[in-house]
Design a protein. Structure first.
Length: 182
């Protein structure tokens, strides 16, 4: 079955390591005939959730309109949501986290258009050691559990910092393979 896949990236560095992982995943998924949309959260102005509890009081999930308004229809159409991100201080970067925080609206009782996504994957890389990814991975697992998404794969790549370092690893091959297996 062909799927609609949404890849949310978290890095402001175009062509960087996590961006290259996202593109490798996308190559694998599109080769299998899936439709893939890449949404670069760091290139949008998305503020975090304001805890105002006015979700769905307008025609959109969030009553505040910013870059998340553009993301809403993509989220609502997606069968699979993939996070492709660098590791920032043992966690997800603020640019991506702001978009994730706004998913609160889809868990509210007022939700008018529930997410149809049932699957997810995480692609993360960063300068740190393997254990430095534990916080980000646990956060991701919590998100997946809360949204009832089946985790299809988690790829973490330590010891990559400079743009292009990732090509010295097998991460791009693994990301492309994961995309092909979705």
């Amino acid at each position: 079955m062909k799927k609609n896949i949404l890849v949310l990236t978290g890095s402001p560095r175009k062509g960087g390591n996590s961006d290259m992982m996202a593109d490798a995943f996308i190559r694998g998924a599109t080769a299998q005939g899936h439709t893939v949309t890449k949404f670069e959260t760091a290139m949008k102005s998305i503020s975090g959730c304001r805890a105002c509890d006015t979700c769905w009081s307008t025609e959109t999930a969030c009553s505040f309109h910013d870059g998340f308004t553009e993301l809403e229809p993509l989220l609502e159409q997606a069968d699979v949501v993939v996070l492709a991100t660098p590791l920032y201080w043992f966690s997800l970067p603020a640019q991506l986290k702001a978009a994730i925080d706004r998913l609160y609206a889809y868990g509210s009782k007022a939700c008018r258009r529930p997410l149809k996504a049932t699957e997810t994957a995480l692609l993360a890389c960063g300068e740190g050691r393997a254990r430095d990814f534990d916080g980000a991975v646990e956060t991701y697992k919590g998100i997946a559990d809360y949204l009832r998404w089946q985790i299809r794969g988690i790829i973490t790549v330590p010891a990559v910092s400079a743009k292009g370092d990732i090509v010295r690893t097998d991460a791009l091959t693994r990301a492309e393979k994961l995309g092909a297996e979705i």
